[in-house]
Design a binder for this molecule. Sequence first.
Ligand SMILES: Nc1ncnc2c1ncn2[C@@H]1O[C@H](COP(=O)(O)OP(=O)(O)OP(=O)(O)O)[C@@H](O)[C@H]1O
Ligand SMILES: [Mg+2]
Length: 277
Amino acid sequence: MSLDQQAIHLRRREGSETTRYIAVASGKGGVGKTILSINIGRCLAQNGRKVLIIDADFGLSNVHLMLGLTPKKNLTHFFLGDASFDDITVEVREGLSFISSGNGIYELAKLPKDQVLNLVRRLQELAEDNYDFVVFDTPPGIHDDTLTVVSSSDFPLIITTPEPTAVADAYALIKIINRESEIEDFFLVVNKVESEREGAKVYESVRILTQKYTTARINYLGSIKYRRNLIRKIIDQDPFERGFVDDVYNILSKMDLKVEKPQGGFWDRIIAGLFGR
Ligand SMILES: Nc1ncnc2c1ncn2[C@@H]1O[C@H](COP(=O)(O)OP(=O)(O)OP(=O)(O)O)[C@@H](O)[C@H]1O
Ligand SMILES: [Mg+2]
C-alpha cells in the first residue's frame, strides 16, 4: 500500500467508538458481494441500528440497481463540492441508507492531497455522526482502493462461492491484504452452497492455505445456501429472500454485534408452520 493510501486510511475518530465498518470484498466477481451488503444492512437496520451502505464499486456501481433507486447525486459530486452529504444519501427504508460512488475515486486522484484528506475526514465525520454501521460494497479483485477500504474496516469480510476459481481468488486477496497491510483477522462467508458441509469444506481449504503461507486468521462466519428464488426477487428490485435473510442473520450472530432475527407475530408463525422455512 502506498504512503498516500495509508494517509487516507480511515483512522478512528476520538470519541466515536460506536460506528463500525464492514467491508464486503471478493477476489472473483459475481459471488454475491452486493446482495450480501444490502442484506447485512437490512438485518442491522431491522435491529434498530442506523446503517449506511457505501457502494464503493467505483465505475460499476450496482447497489442502486438492486434496490431500484437511482440517486441523483453521488460521492463524486460530494468530492467535487457539487453536493452535500444529505444530497447524496438515499434512504432505502427506516434506518437504512446508501450512497453511490459514481467514479469518485478517479476524481479524487486528481485533487491535491490536502484536499483529499479533508474530504475523506469530512465524510468520515458525517458518517460517524449519523450511523452505527457503514457497510462497503467493493468491486471484485485486487485494487489499491479496495485494499485501503478493506484493511481499514473492523470487519474485512471476504465472500466466495465453492467454485475452485472463486476460492483461489479469495485466498489470493486475503494473502495480498495480509502482506500489504498486515491485517490478520479476516471474516469468511461462503455463498451459493448446497449444504453447510460444503461451506465448511471451503473454509477448511482456505484456512489450511492461509495458515501455511500467511499470518492471517480466518474467522468463519458460515455459509449462504443457493436460493433459486433470489433471482426473481432481484429482478423485482426487492432483494430480500426469506431463506437468504435467515442465513445472513446466522452470519451476523457470529460477529458478536448483538443482532437477532426479530420474532414474527402470530401469523408469521402460522405461515412458517404451514410451509416450513
Ligand atoms: N445465495 C444465492 N443464491 C442464488 N443466487 C445468488 C446467491 N447469491 C448471489 N446470487 C446471484 O449471483 C448474482 C451476483 O450477485 P451480486 O451482484 O451480489 O455479486 P457481486 O459479487 O456483487 O458481483 P460483482 O463482482 O459483479 O459486483 C446475482 O445476480 C444473484 O442472482
Ligand atoms: Mg457487486
